[in-house]
Design a protein. Structure first.
Length: 185
């Protein structure tokens, strides 16, 4: 749902582009106040961005594991062992973020998705309990984001240094901006 306002639209058909404006207004029979809808919208967007960030983190980890496993084949015994340990650490971190099956306890991703669906399915303001839970999820995201940044800022460069010494192409990571651009294609 879009907040009320005037939006610029662009429709592309083949090589032709059409531009215009659309005005979104309140539904006159709406039973929820503008403030309730604003709070709901903000909560939904926070949860959406959390899902987007988690997808980036998990996809980046999966890509790093794939690259590490490929580089193991080209490595000597010591580096192969270090790459295997690096991959295992990445997999363990990923498994803290996402559930591996129906019988496993919900992980952070499933908790975010669950709250997102619950708030999205109701047109009014989220409950106080939902808003507190959202705050807790934001704290969890900060904590896990810090762990991810540690991997990207410290562990990957260390591993890349070792790979370069053995004349092996370093691990490559897309930035969040590059990732989003790639996902749009």
């Amino acid at each position: 749902m879009l907040p009320e306002g005037t939006y610029k639209v662009k429709l592309i058909k083949g090589k032709e582009a059409y531009e215009g404006k659309i005005e979104v207004k309140d539904y006159p029979l709406q039973k929820y106040s503008k403030e309730e809808r604003r709070i709901r919208h903000e909560a939904i967007m926070k949860l959406y961005r959390m899902q987007e960030r988690l997808a980036y983190i998990v996809d980046t980890i999966n890509e790093l594991v794939k690259q590490s496993e490929e580089k193991e084949k080209k490595s000597g015994k010591k580096l192969k062992k270090e790459l295997a340990a690096f991959s295992k650490g990445l997999k363990d971190f990923r498994d803290q973020l996402i559930s591996g099956g129906m019988l496993q306890a919900d992980r952070l991703r499933e908790k975010v998705i669950g709250l997102y669906g619950s708030i999205l399915s109701y047109g009014g303001k989220p409950t106080d309990a939902q808003l507190r839970y959202l705050g807790w999820l934001e704290e969890q995201m900060k904590e896990e984001g810090g762990k991810f940044n540690n991997i990207i800022d410290r562990k990957v460069p260390r591993m890349n240094s070792k790979l370069r010494k053995k004349r092996i192409k370093p691990l490559h990571i897309l930035s969040f901006k590059e990732y989003k651009k790639k996902e749009k294609k």
